[in-house]
Design a protein around this ligand. Structure first.
Ligand code: HEC
Ligand code: HEC
Length: 258
């Protein structure tokens, strides 16, 4: 017990030692160069070298869902964002500060007006009506729905192209949290939904009416993971103008789509 306490106190001290602010100034070209190098190794795959083109959050933006102070961003990079692809990074403290230095430079590259992906050619009010009405997006992305990800601030953290692709080709990239499963029971029932949890004996699926269904494995003849997203593709179902309206809505609504 005493050993455990000592370990906990030690861990708390190590955590507590993290500085409040970045010890390296933006003018430190050596630290910046190292930060860029580390970024191109650890982060580029999801965030792109420009901080825009990747499939992760858009870093060349002044909007931050998880806080924009040095300390908050340090924690995001070190610990990751639970439940998303953004995992923690086991790097030395100084290495993380140098990476953050480079991320700050990306932020500055968009200037003050660079928030979000911009209204573009569409009309945000028409987009909002479409989102809530005919297009049916709200059923899965609304405040109380759990069938799709929260789109709060999505326009500030995602590029326009990523949003367009997500609407036209949802199957292309499906985040792990929203994998679709198909379950077939011996009694002849088929249920499609989000895989919530599974273990040796049970499988839990949230069906498309948002009911959580638990199945015993012995009662099932098949559990398969589908390559398709639960989100339908809107290719051919919405016009070019409607797409522009939806993008204008997602890109300009502060705090997102809720
Ligand atoms: C495997 C993909 C992946 C890798 C690698 C990755 N990220 Fe992320 N990152 C993401 C995703 C996805 C999010 C959005 C999480 C969410 O939904 O809030 C994110 C979010 C962030 C955020 C928070 C943005 C905000 O709005 O608050 C920061 C900062 C960040 N990443 C920096 C980094 C840095 C720096 C690295 C390299 C050390 C890195 N990421 C590596 C996928 C990744
Ligand atoms: C049947 C439920 C459902 C409907 C209807 C639906 N979505 Fe989705 N949406 C999802 C799910 C699940 C995901 C996450 C898995 C994926 O990426 O395909 C998703 C992902 C997204 C993403 C990507 C988010 C990101 O951070 O990468 C966007 C953007 C999006 N949806 C917008 C829309 C819009 C706009 C509509 C209406 C035109 C819509 N969705 C209709 C379920 C739905």
């Amino acid at each position: 017990m005493r050993v455990l306490m000592a370990v906990l106190v030690f861990a708390a001290c190590v955590r507590g030692q993290i500085r409040e602010t970045n010890p390296f100034p933006l003018t430190d070209t050596v630290a910046m160069g190292k930060g860029k190098q580390l970024y191109s190794f650890y982060c580029v795959f999801c965030h792109g070298m420009d901080g825009i083109s990747g499939r992760g959050a858009q870093l060349a933006s002044s909007y931050r869902k998880h806080g924009s102070s040095d300390r908050e961003m340090y924690r995001t990079i070190a610990d990751g964002v639970p439940g998303t692809e953004m995992s923690g990074h086991f790097l030395e403290e100084d290495e993380i500060w140098k990476i953050l230095l480079f991320v700050r430079q990306l932020e500055q590259s968009v200037g003050k007006s660079g928030q979000g992906c911009g209204a573009g050619a569409g009309d945000a009010d028409r987009g909002s009506a479409l989102f809530r009405g005919k297009a049916g997006c709200h059923a899965c992305h609304g405040k109380t729905s759990r069938l799709g990800p929260d789109l709060t601030g999505v326009g500030a953290t995602r590029s326009r192209e990523h949003l367009r692709e997500s609407i036209l080709n949802p199957d292309k990239e499906i985040s792990r949290r929203f994998r679709t499963a198909m379950v077939k029971t011996r009694a002849g029932e088929s249920v499609r939904g989000l895989l919530m949890n599974e273990d040796e004996y049970t499988v839990h699926v949230m069906d498309t009416s948002e009911r959580i269904r638990s199945f015993r494995r012995v009662d099932l003849i098949e559990v398969s993971m589908l390559k398709e997203s639960l989100m339908p593709s809107y290719t051919g179902k919405i016009t070019v103008n409607e797409m522009n309206d939806l993008l204008a809505y997602l890109c300009t609504t502060p705090g997102g789509s809720k």
